[in-house]
Every structure is written in C-alpha cells, then in structure tokens.
Design a protein around this ligand. Structure first.
Ligand SMILES: [Zn+2]
Length: 118
C-alpha cells in the first residue's frame, strides 16, 4: 500500500531532523524537508517542532533573538560581552553541580553569562 501524504511528510520531517548534527532553526529544517517534498510548509514545520518539544525529543533554546533546536544538546550557554553585545558559546560537560540545587529531573539548560571579553 502506498504511503499516505501525511505519513510521508512525517517520515521526511523525522529524517530531516535527525540529519542535523548541530543546532538548527525552523527555516533550516524547512529547507532540508523541501529538498524531499516541496509541499511541506512552514506551518507544518512549526507544528512538528512543537510536537517534538512536547514529547522531549528535541530541545529548544533562545539564541540571538531566534529559537533554535537541537536533538542532542541538553545545554546552550552564552557568554555575552556587555560592551559589544557579542556572544560566545560554551559547553558544560558536567551538570552535577545543579543536582543538589534542583529538586526534579533536568531536561535542558540555558545559561547566559554576562561580562567583558579579555
Ligand atoms: Zn546561542
């Protein structure tokens, strides 16, 4: 039996999301999905991303005024130079220091550190 249009679109979206090895945004996902099916629109992309967020299959972060997504990274950290507004990303390898501060299961973490670049 042939795949229904909906099943096909969902499969393409799944494949497109898992093809990203780093952060992506909705437009980048749309572009990748459109390589396989031009009929997939931005509304479908947003609906799908929301679904994945609700089931904790992807993480979302605010980055430079944009919402970005990741299917692997649980943390997204900024060090911001207060003079220039320039953002540098950094990673945290060990989150143990938070475990004693937070009662509950941690899903994802965003950190914004402000200061002056040296
Ligand atoms: Zn960022």
């Amino acid at each position: 039996m042939a795949e229904s249009r909906q099943t096909r679109q969902k499969r393409i979206l799944e494949e497109s999301v898992s093809s990203f090895t780093s952060n992506f945004d909705a437009e980048e996902l749309l572009e990748r999905a459109n390589q396989k099916d031009k009929k997939i629109g931005i509304a479908t992309i947003y609906r799908y991303l929301k679904e994945l967020r609700n089931t904790n299959e992807i993480y979302s972060y605010q980055c430079g005024g944009k919402t970005i997504y990741s299917n692997t990274k649980k943390t997204h950290c900024h060090f911001i130079d207060e003079e220039s507004g320039e953002i540098v990303h950094f990673d945290i390898d060990n989150l143990d220091f938070l475990k004693e501060k937070i009662k509950g299961d941690i899903n994802s973490i965003s950190i914004e550190v402000r200061g002056k670049f040296t």
